[in-house]
Write a protein that binds this ligand. Structure first.
Ligand code: FE
Ligand code: FE
Ligand code: ZN
Length: 306
């Protein structure tokens, strides 16, 4: 099945962390034809978290081995509401730090290597201070014994989001002590909305390589965008259904310099259905599907499990 794209592309989507925790996530990923996935350890909008069940983790790992998912490529995403950038309210900043610390402990226990984090929102303080706060928070969270890598996500620039260009990300990275334990997660929708033309992705990569280094890119979120370049909106669209367009996304997905980087779809559901199985098919076949909605209805109609 993977011969279509060579057996090299590491592709999946975000999936829920269900009743059976990592096992549920892995099963969903397999149902989409994926060979990796990204999960939240609970709802992305809140910080309510259940204990990790070691037995379920064990079953998940066995299931992943049987189904050719390499756990090294599996990604966790921290909830949106933690904010490392602003410490005006000491309790909130400290809460974000301790939550992320605990989250890293939970995923370390599961054997997950990466956690994607939104750098944060500066709110009412100046950018530089906000960026320094992010680094300081991370310096409080990780030390030389930390195993998972924190991946700072490139943001769209909605509101007072930090990490909206190469220079902000570089500034954060420069102030981090354990530099080998922090990387970057690109997001094509966010890049587009922050002002990067994905049609000129090579020139972005060139600049990224000069300033930060391509080896820092450990994950790429593949999303089309509902809004034009530079709109600072952050609304994801299905592949080929947005302003970036299918061909430009295919070029990112198949980029020879990013071959080993896990690619994760965070595209919206179409009606009642998750689009990932058919979007992964589009990617493998390098062919846009203009009938996504109809085909999903046909695929999932009357089926209870997906
Ligand atoms: Fe994200
Ligand atoms: Fe993302
Ligand atoms: Zn987004």
């Amino acid at each position: 099945m993977y011969n279509l794209i060579g057996d090299k592309m590491i592709i999946g989507s975000h999936v829920s962390f269900g009743e059976k925790q990592l096992l549920s996530s892995a099963q969903l990923a397999i149902s989409y034809g994926a060979n990796t996935f990204m999960f939240y350890t609970g709802a992305p909008q809140n910080t309510i978290r259940k204990e990790i069940d070691d037995q379920l983790t064990l079953e998940a790992k066995k299931y992943m081995i049987e189904n050719n998912i390499d756990i090294k490529n599996v990604i966790c995403h921290a909830p949106y509401i933690i904010n490392l950038a602003n410490k005006e309210k000491a309790e909130s900043w400290n809460f974000s730090i301790s939550f992320l610390k605990n989250e890293i402990n939970r995923i370390t226990k599961m054997g997950i290597n990466y956690i994607v984090v939104h750098p944060g929102n500066s709110l009412n303080i100046d950018r530089m201070t906000a960026l320094e706060n992010i680094s300081e928070a991370i310096n409080n969270i990780i030390d030389e014994n930390t195993i998972p890598m924190i991946l700072l996500e490139t943001m769209a620039g909605k509101g007072t989001e930090c990490g909206i260009n190469i220079y902000e990300l570089k500034y954060i990275l420069e102030h981090i002590n354990e530099k080998s334990k922090v990387g970057i997660c690109l997001d094509t929708c966010h890049l587009n909305d922050s002002g990067i033309d994905i049609a000129n992705f090579d020139s972005y990569l060139e600049e990224f390589d000069e300033e930060i280094g391509l080896d820092k890119i450990k994950c790429i979120h593949i999303n089309d965008s509902k809004n034009p370049i530079g709109s600072h909106k952050d609304r994801h669209a299905n592949l080929g259904y947005g302003t970036i367009g299918f061909t430009n996304l295919i070029n990112v997905l198949y980029h020879p310099l990013l071959k080993k980087v896990p690619k994760i779809l965070e595209t919206p559901w179409v009606g009642k259905y998750p689009p990932y199985k058919l979007e992964i098919e589009m990617i493998k076949e390098k062919r846009f599907n203009p009938n996504l909605e109809k085909d999903l209805e046909f695929l999932y109609e009357d089926k209870q499990t997906f």
